[in-house]
Design a protein around this ligand. Structure first.
Ligand code: FES
Length: 164
C-alpha cells in the first residue's frame, strides 16, 4: 500500500523538477558551445569572391586580390591571408588566368614588377613570367593556378577554395 505524499515532500519534488528543467535549459546550450569546436565546424571548401570583372578591364595586366581564411582546429582559430593575381587574356570574361601569389619555393609572397613584366619573389630572388612560369631561381615549379572559378550574374569573380 502506498503512503500518502506529504506536502513537504511534494514541494521538494517540485523544486527539484523545476530546477532540473532550468538547469537543462541553461546547461545544454552551454555544453554545446564548449564542445562544438571539437566536433568540427569551419568549412574547408568555399566559393570566395575576389573582385568585380568591371574593375579588371585591362587585358594582360595582373590585378592583385587577397582574402582571409579562418581555420578551426578544436578551440584554436588561425587566420591566414591568401592572395593572387587575376590576368585577363581576352575580352571574354571566362578567358582569365588566376595565379596564386605564394612562391612555390618556400611560400613567400611574390610581387608584380610592371616594367620587367615579371613576378619577383623577395626571399631568394626568384622570378616568374606573366603566366607564372619560372624564369630564374630555386622554385621547383610554376606559380599555382586557381583553375576553378566562376563569374556571377552580378559580374563578381569567385574562385573555388579548397584547403589541401
Ligand atoms: S621563397 Fe621564393 S624563391 Fe625562395
Amino acid at each position: 500500500m502506498s503512503e500518502p505524499i506529504s506536502r513537504r515532500d511534494f514541494m521538494k519534488a517540485s523544486v527539484y523538477f523545476v530546477g532540473g528543467i532550468v538547469g537543462a535549459a541553461v546547461g545544454i546550450p552551454a555544453v554545446g558551445y564548449l564542445i562544438e569546436p571539437a566536433l568540427g565546424g569551419g568549412g574547408k571548401e568555399a566559393w570566395i569572391p575576389i573582385g568585380k570583372m568591371e574593375d579588371m578591364p585591362e587585358i594582360g595586366k595582373p590585378y592583385p586580390f587577397s582574402f582571409t581564411r579562418v581555420q578551426v582546429n578544436g578551440w584554436e582559430r588561425t587566420a591566414t591571408s591568401k592572395g593572387g593575381f587575376v590576368i585577363r587574356k581576352s575580352e571574354n570574361p571566362e578567358d582569365i588566368l588566376i595565379l596564386d601569389s605564394r612562391c612555390t619555393h618556400l611560400g613567400c609572397t611574390v610581387n608584380w614588377k610592371e616594367d620587367e613584366r615579371v613576378f619577383l619573389c623577395p626571399c631568394h630572388d626568384a622570378s616568374f613570367d606573366a603566366e607564372g612560369a619560372v624564369i630564374d631561381g630555386p622554385p621547383p615549379r610554376p606559380l599555382d593556378r586557381h583553375a576553378e572559378f566562376r563569374v556571377t550574374e552580378d559580374g563578381i569573380l569567385e574562385i573555388f577554395y579548397s584547403e589541401a
